[in-house]
Design a protein around this ligand. Sequence first.
Ligand code: PEP
Ligand code: MG
Length: 324
Amino acid sequence: RQAQFRKLRDTPAVTKDGERVALNINAGLMVDLPHLHEAGADGIGLFRTELQFLVASAMPRLSEQRAFYSQVLDQAKGKPVTFRTLDVGGDKVLPYLAHDKEENPALGWRAIRIALDRPALLRYQFRALLQAASGRHLRLMFPMVAEVSEFEAARAMLDRELTRLDKVGQARPASLEVGSMLEVPSLAWQLDALLPMVDFISIGSNDLLQFFFASDRGNTRVGDRYDLLSPAVLSFFRHVVARCRAHDVPISLCGEMAGRPLEAMTLVALGFRKLSIPPAAVGPVKAMILELDAADLSAFLGDKLDRPDRTLRPLLTDYARERG
Ligand code: PEP
Ligand code: MG
C-alpha cells in the first residue's frame, strides 16, 4: 500500500465526479518540510508556529523567528504555507512566560487571548513573518478566536505593522491573506459579521470538538466518548460551509479527524474542498478521494443529518465498503 500511495504522489486529488480537493499538511518544525514534497501535498494548511517557541529555552528573538519563517518559505518552494500565530497556553505552556496556574487551561489564558493581552509578542511575530515574506506570498491565521472583535484587534495590529514596513522602506509581502481559525463554537454564530473581514476560515476540529461536546481532547476516559461522525457535529459543519459559500469565503479543516479516510470522505461530501492533515494521511486520503463520488454521498447523507442518531459511522462505513 505504501508503494501504491507513493505512485499517487503527483496525481491531484480529484473525486470521480470532478471535484478537486486540496490536500495540505500540518507542520511546525523544519523536519516537517521534506514531508510536504514527499507526500505530494498541495501546501501546508497549518503551520503551528508555537513549536519553535516550545522547543526554545528562552523567547526566540525577532531575528531567530524571521530566519525560521524565511527557511520554511524557502523550503516550501512556492507551495502555500498558512502560518498560525502563537497558540500557547492551555497544554502548551512556555516556561519563560509568566502565567497563573489555571483550573481549566484549555478554557483559559491561551492563544489569541495571550496575544492580545501581551501585544508585544504578537507584534514581533508579525514583524518577523512580514520580513521573512517580503516580496513573497504570506498567509496568516489566528487561533482560538471566540469573538469577531478579537479578529479585528489582531488584524488592526497587523495593519499597523504593514504601515510600519512602508515607513522603514521595506517591501510588503507580494500578497497577503489573513484568516481565522474556527475552533470555538461561539464563532460559528458570528459568521455573517466575521466572513466579510477574512480571506479564509479554517476549522480546528481538535479544539472545536472538545468544546462542542465539553470533552477534554487529552483525556482518554472521555476523548472517545462522542463521535465526530454524529449528526450534531456534521450539521454544525453543514451550517458553517453554507455561510462560507454564501460569503464566497474558502473554508478548510485542519485537525486530526480529516486525516482518517472515512472522516475525510464525509467532509468532502459536506462541501469541504480543502483539508489539512498529517503527512502520513495524504496517501490514504487521496486514494479515497479518487474513488469517491461526492455528489452521490451528499445525496446519500440527505436528511440523515437531521435524524437523532448518535452517530452515522455504521452507515458511512457500509457506504464506503459497498463502493470499495
Ligand atoms: C485544532 O485545534 O484542531 C488544531 C488544528 O490546532 P491544535 O491541534 O494545534 O490545537
Ligand atoms: Mg486548536
